[in-house]
Design a protein around this ligand. Sequence first.
Ligand code: FAD
Length: 429
Amino acid sequence: MNAGRPGSFSLTGGDLRVEQIVVVGGGLAGLRTVEELRTRGYQGRVTMLAAETRPPYDRPPLSKRVLAGEPDAAELGAEIDTTLRADVGALGLDLRLGEPATGLDLAEPGGPGRPGEPGGVVRTAGGGYPFDRLVVATGAAPVPLPGSGRQRFLRTHEDALALRTLLRPGLRLAIVGAGWIGAELATAAAARGCLVTVIEAGPAPLAGAVGAEVGSRTAPWYAAAGIDLRTGQAVESVADGGLTLPGGGWLAADEVVTAIGVRPSVQWLADSGVRLDNGVAADEGLHASAPGVYAVGDCASFMSRRFGRRLRFEHWDVALHAPEVAAANILGGSEIYDPVPYSWSEQFGRMMQYAGYHGAADRRLWRGDPDGGQWAACWLSGPRLVAILTVGRPRDLVQGRRIIASGAPVDTSLLADPGVPVKNAAQAM
Ligand code: FAD
């Protein structure tokens, strides 16, 4: 492939006309898409519509470095910089901050202008943005609890700065949800001297993410940090001064942070004709159901060839790499996105790393003592490793991820032995 006239791509056997790309969403996945398009030689117009007013930035530091920031720095108004280092100016990007997409009108097939070619118009409060290719990268947004009391969230840079200012010794903080974000926030808040209660409807922390049996191994970490962890406890609503619990229960709190999960930000696509199924339904090449429309990052559910089902991940690594495939395919490629998904979490002084998809497993084994300091949980489907969660064992994670990618069968007795490198458990195919 080589660049012909600006914005067009000459392909063997024909001319692919791509001249006007609109990216909706100014997060990591949106920015990476633009970077990849430029890296691959696309010289045409790119417009990015972003709901937030801040240029693209990274979210993982928000619940880690930003919340742990020195109180003095917060008081001085100094911010830990989480802006992505990419030089947005150098990308030749028409960046529309604070201008969310509100709707999508797909061009009639065979309509006027460019008969038979994909396209349409993205609507915003400020007008319409025509495109011949559209990338949906609108991420996900926190799910709120019912109730009229004040509830905070931890999704944006502004959320993190507001929370950092609030966290102080003696603050009665109720965190609803013991998932990844709830755990990281609890870690920071406890370290800042807050009186933290974490309320989780499931039977254990991280039960939704890694299953109750594995997640329960993290419960003692809360107790050791002085946190009141209440599992199996639903919350009815957020009221002034606290939480109402079923059966007339009440938990008093100065501040409530709701961390019960996120849902894909795709409401603006309702009635657009783009198929939604737990986010934008995309195929293996990240094409949405409408021609010329692609989806990447937290908002995309894609067909995973490796795991044989539709999957959606809320992982930084997916937002980083899926855009490589989307950009390649926009420019005439036929690439498949088939990752061994990877994510990590830093909580209670521990590094947790996860690779794969344990929803595909039929059994699990421990590697090391899960009540000890460093261990791993390994999930298998038949003789194959399909997922691994490590606590303080980064090498296991790297080697396990490679084995998952290779699809090699494993020797489970070697895999379960923490004294043997994970890679030694792989058997010949
Ligand atoms: P987003 O980052 O959500 O970006 C989407 C953008 O689109 C947002 O700015 C949103 O405002 C905007 N948008 C929404 N609707 C519209 C619209 N209609 N028009 C225009 N713009 C719109 N993952 C890990 O693997 N490890 C971690 O340690 C980790 N830590 C995290 C900590 C925090 C506090 C958070 C919030 C997330 C963390 N994640 C982590 C998850 C990771 O950050 C996400 O998977 C990643 O940000 C997804 O990127 P994205 O671009 O798809 O979506």
